[in-house]
Design a protein around this ligand. Structure first.
Ligand code: AMP
Length: 272
């Protein structure tokens, strides 16, 4: 299964992605996580991305497209993947389409988590307060001002992807403001394979095949059924033909059975 998770920062994409990983045995490919790893490892990509990420701006398309392309080729992505944080622009979506076509792969669905900006700002403030209380380190881009910039970038550059994928018949819009379990259940319903429809059971024509089969075969004469498949024709009692009036005095011609019977009767009466 190959999926994209769309939604503004803080919409719960990471949480839902982990659940999809556990449920479908696929891998989560988060460009944000990959870029943070690159920044921490101080690779060439990391050095390019570091400042842009700290400001909440987007890293260039060719950088993220390349890291996604390389990652999809890894053996653990063969069974499927969830793209989280990618694509973020229509240009990235088009690049993804090309690279998947080159790899002879196709997307199954795009799950869009729809959440109000106000709720996201409240969520991030609460999360930061909780992390501070636990003494945890906070990401440089994890603050309400950066979030507002990232939300503005999301609406300008990423939100148009909903229409893009709707047009391709892949979009599954989900209420991301519902409780986590309800969002998980809604996603599962979106991804459920519909049960195959049962074909209506047609009754075989009884006995003769005349009118009905001819009609179904488009007016052509229907082929005769295979030997042994034809139902035995129903026995119908023939109505006795009305007896013809015999002219008086004329004897009926006797058949051989009648002759035998009357001969035996004569012999028996003789014996008595
Ligand atoms: P995320 O963890 O997905 O919110 O991403 C964190 C940051 O990484 C973003 O604010 C961007 O600076 C950068 N980033 C992640 N994914 C992309 C992408 N697909 N295109 C450009 N920049 C990205």
């Amino acid at each position: 299964m190959r999926l994209i998770l769309l939604g503004p920062p803080g919409a719960g994409k990471g949480t839902q992605a982990q659940r999809l990983v556990a449920r479908h045995g696929i891998v989560q490919l988060s460009t944000g996580d990959m870029l943070r790893t690159a920044v921490a490892a101080q690779t060439a990509v990391g050095l390019k991305a570091k400042d842009l990420m700290a400001r909440g701006e987007l890293v260039s398309d060719d950088v993220v497209v390349q890291i996604i392309s390389d990652r999809i080729d890894q053996p653990d992505a063969k069974k499927g993947f969830i793209l989280d944080g990618f694509p973020r622009t229509v240009a990235q979506a088009e690049a993804l389409e090309r690279l998947l076509a080159d790899k002879k792969l196709k997307l199954d669905a795009v799950i869009d988590l729809v959440v109000d900006d106000g709720i996201l700002v409240d969520r991030i403030e609460k999360r930061i307060a909780e992390m501070r209380a636990r003494g945890e380190s906070i990401r440089p881009d994890d603050n309400p001002d950066v979030l507002k910039r990232r939300l503005a970038a999301y609406h300008a550059q990423t939100a148009p992807l909903a229409d893009y994928y709707r047009g391709k018949g892949l979009l599954k819009s989900t209420d991301g403001m519902a409780p986590i379990e309800a969002v998980t259940a809604a996603i599962a319903r979106h991804l459920a394979v519909p049960a195959p429809r049962k074909a209506p059971v047609r009754k075989a024509p009884r006995g003769g095949t005349r009118g009905s089969v001819k009609a179904r075969s488009g007016g052509r004469k229907a082929a005769s059924p295979k030997a042994g498949t034809r139902k035995p024709a129903k026995k119908t009692r023939r109505k006795a033909a009305p007896a013809k009036k015999r002219p008086a005095g004329r004897k009926l011609p006797r058949n051989s059975a009648q002759k035998r019977r009357s001969g035996r009767a004569r012999r028996l009466t003789k014996r008595r």
